[in-house]
Design a protein around this ligand. Structure first.
Ligand code: ADP
Ligand code: ADP
Length: 226
């Protein structure tokens, strides 16, 4: 789906600078958009507003033309992947991946099909019976992505998904995310403070500073401004 942030401002409190300040950004269907910036620049806030977890003080966010604040939680069609994975510790990999589909009353055959396809894409097919604690960090992150993929969401929202991985796994998982996004052609909004990650992954990179959009461009056209 397409995403439009239209002049979005969010103040957590009246006496402080807005966390997000007049933020406008148009994200195309199928685009991999990376939001980059230092800690506190408003990246997570932008993502949380898009996910419907925060309400902007002013401005609107449209997903496929629909105002996200008007969509009921049960009908939200965006899948979020967090840095801490947020897996259910007592459920198997398979159940972690299928749980949201069971809640949504997706037919059992359809659940099985989607889970086995996602497991194959993510090289998790041999791990479906394991529990999260029996997995490496990289495998856990792939389960978290699998859980997002099976929902066939309008867009993937990822908040620093690699930050808990060691350097080697980070590079490896980064390529997997890029390959997966290409294969699925799914709109992805990806938050990181890591410039190298932003430059490698993004079709376009949006740079945030102090809650404002500083610049937005394809990686090779990004330049430093004072
Ligand atoms: P990051 O820098 O990775 O976004 P933070 O440590 O800043 O993570 O924030 C972690 C959580 O704490 C987020 O849910 C964020 O909304 C919340 N948070 C951050 N700053 C504040 C604050 N000043 N007051 C209350 N909650 C905050
Ligand atoms: P980033 O993700 O770039 O680290 P955030 O969006 O988490 O930035 O934070 C932007 C600003 O808003 C920071 O000053 C942070 O302390 C503040 N902030 C974030 N979440 C909250 C919150 N729940 N309550 C109050 N202030 C917050």
């Amino acid at each position: 789906g397409s995403v439009l942030f239209d002049d979005v401002t969010l103040r957590y409190s009246a006496d402080r600078q807005p966390a997000l300040d007049g933020f406008t950004l148009d994200i195309e269907e199928g685009e991999f958009l990376v939001l980059v910036g230092p800690s506190g620049s408003g990246k997570s806030t932008a993502l949380r507003i898009l996910a419907g977890l925060e309400r902007p003080t002013s401005g609107t966010v449209l997903v496929d033309g629909e105002d996200v604040t008007r969509v009921e939680p049960a009908h939200r069609d965006l899948a979020m992947v967090f840095q801490n994975y947020a897996l259910y510790p007592h459920k198997s990999v398979e159940d972690n991946m299928s749980f949201s589909l069971q809640l949504a009353k997706v037919p059992r055959d359809e659940i099985r099909r989607r889970v086995s396809e996602a497991a194959e894409l993510l090289e998790l097919s041999d791990l479906l019976r394991r529990r999260p604690r029996e997995l490496s960090g990289g495998q856990r992150q792939r389960v978290a992505m699998g859980r997002a993929i099976v929902r066939e969401p309008t867009a993937f929202l990822m908040d620093e998904p690699l930050s808990n991985l060691d350097a080697t796994l980070r590079v490896q998982t980064r390529s997997q995310i890029a390959a997966l996004q290409k294969r699925l052609g799914a709109t992805t909004v990806y938050v990181t403070h890591d410039q190298a990650e932003a430059m490698t992954l993004g079709h376009r990179v949006a740079v945030l500073r102090d809650g404002r959009l500083h610049q937005v461009a394809p990686p090779r056209e990004l330049y430093e401004r004072p």
